[in-house]
Design a protein around this ligand. Structure first.
Ligand code: HEC
Ligand SMILES: [Cu+2]
Length: 415
């Protein structure tokens, strides 16, 4: 007698399996179909062209440099080799399974060890791998060759912004995310370049070989601009090199590609590539602008600001530079970023408070702001912290106080 319940559930399992098999098969088919649909959309001009480049949003970008084009074509070459191998291997496999199935009366051959077969399936993959390694190595060597560059830019990653410094010019600046907090928190509609926009873009000339020197102030970041095929880790204490030569003017966007802490997703890269003469004009202008800023900072040291002025500027600096960690409400994040409200440092000795902001706390996320903010800004943010959120110390700190302390320190270190 048949056990109907066991048989029934067995059938159930089989039909489930069939359903699952159907899903397993249909998923890649669906993906493939959508890739081709996208491809057709992306390139209406000619089907053959779109097959040659497969420039869909699923594929990697061809980019705008010679190297990025080479990387792309290398990627496609390897992809097609993999497809060809898959077609041959699965073809033989499915052919054998179907042709020699049991219901057709096939009897399994019984053999062991065939030196001939083993040599063949060792040698063929080795040849294929060597065939892949040659073009890959060529491209890699080219990517590493930073010689004969015409411009050098030092890129320093830090939590959570980029610092750019042009070696041949007196120009350096920070590049911060410029997406508004409202967009991030969802109270405002997200813009077109949500989280991929900055206050100061890196401006570069087209048609020139640009060398990048990359390092970091704190943890490992990675400077990644897909359109240039440049992706390099920035490591504290090390300098990595990369280069690019951009063919087309335009705005190119990238991101930090190394998980670097809480705001890893909030340190985008924007490169503005312009004609060489436009670049020369820009850099001359920027040099002047920065020199003028320095003069003004020097003058600011003589100025005495009112409590209102200090609090307004201080709030601006705090919201822009400190609130990502210590929060707008001054309460910080438990066990990670200390609260400023009621902090013993903030309520204690003014010089100790200034010192922590100027020099940071090494080995922690509290970075040295002495090189990032002006004396006036540090004075303002110290005043702000000492009087906001019911801290109410009534203390007023001027730029000259900060400058005096910085000078005293450099003297001590110099001795
Ligand atoms: C990337 C995150 C981060 C940013 C940005 C940051 N801080 Fe900090 N801050 C910290 C951490 C972490 C500490 C704790 C350091 C330690 O372990 O002593 C700290 C400590 C402090 C302290 C000492 C507080 C105490 O009670 O020990 C002060 C004051 C301070 N920060 C002020 C600022 C100011 C002003 C700014 C903006 C100009 C700022 N911080 C920006 C992470 C940050
Ligand atoms: Cu990063």
């Amino acid at each position: 007698m048949h056990d109907h319940t066991v048989m029934g559930s067995f059938k159930q399992i089989i039909s489930n399996l069939k359903l699952r098999a159907y899903r397993v098969v249909s998923m890649p088919l669906f993906l493939l179909a959508s890739v081709f649909a996208k491809t057709a959309q992306a390139s209406e001009s000619s089907v053959s062209e779109s097959f040659a480049t497969v420039s869909s949003s699923f594929n990697m970008t061809q980019g705008v440099t010679e190297i990025s084009g080479k990387v792309f074509h290398l990627h496609m070459l390897i992809f097609y080799i993999c497809v060809a191998i898959a077609v041959v291997v699965f073809g033989v496999m499915f052919y054998s399974i179907i042709k020699h199935r049991k219901s057709k009366g096939a009897v399994a051959a019984n053999f062991h060890e065939s030196t001939k077969v083993e040599i063949i399936w060792t040698v063929i993959p080795i040849l294929i791998l060597i065939g892949m390694a040659i073009p890959a190595t060529k491209t890699l060597i080219e990517m590493e060759d930073t010689s004969e560059s015409e411009l050098t830019v030092k890129i320093t990653g830090s939590q959570w912004k980029w610092h750019y410094s042009y070696f041949e010019h007196d120009v350096e600046f920070f590049s911060y995310l410029s997406t508004s907090n409202e967009q991030i928190e969802g109270t405002d509609q997200k813009g077109e370049h949500y989280l991929l926009e900055v206050d100061n873009a890196l401006v570069l000339p087209i048609g020139k070989k640009i060398r990048f020197l990359m390092t970091s102030d704190d943890v490992i970041h990675s400077w990644w601009v897909p359109d240039f095929a440049v992706k390099k880790d920035t490591i504290p204490g090390f300098i990595n090199e990369a280069w690019t030569k951009i063919d087309k003017p335009g705005i190119y966007r990238g991101q930090c590609a190394e998980l670097c802490g809480r705001n890893h997703g909030f340190m985008p890269i924007v490169v503005k590539a312009v004609e060489a003469d436009e670049f020369d004009a820009w850099i001359a202008d920027k040099e002047q602008q920065l020199a003028e800023q320095k003069r003004q900072q020097q003058q600011a040291l003589q100025k005495t600001l009112s409590m209102d002025e200090l609090m307004t500027l201080g709030k601006e600096v705090y919201e822009g530079r400190c609130a990502v960690c210590h929060q707008s409400n001054g309460l910080g994040v438990a066990n990670v970023f200390p609260a400023m409200k009621g902090s013993s440092v903030v309520l204690g000795d003014v010089n100790g408070h200034i010192d922590i902001i100027v020099n940071g706390v090494s080995g922690t996320a509290m970075q040295a702001f002495g090189t990032q903010l002006t004396a006036e800004e540090i004075a303002a943010v110290v005043t702000y912290e000492r009087n906001a959120w019911d801290n109410n110390t009534g203390d007023l700190v001027q730029a000259s106080d900060v400058a005096t302390q910085i000078n005293a320190q450099t003297k001590v270190e110099g001795e």
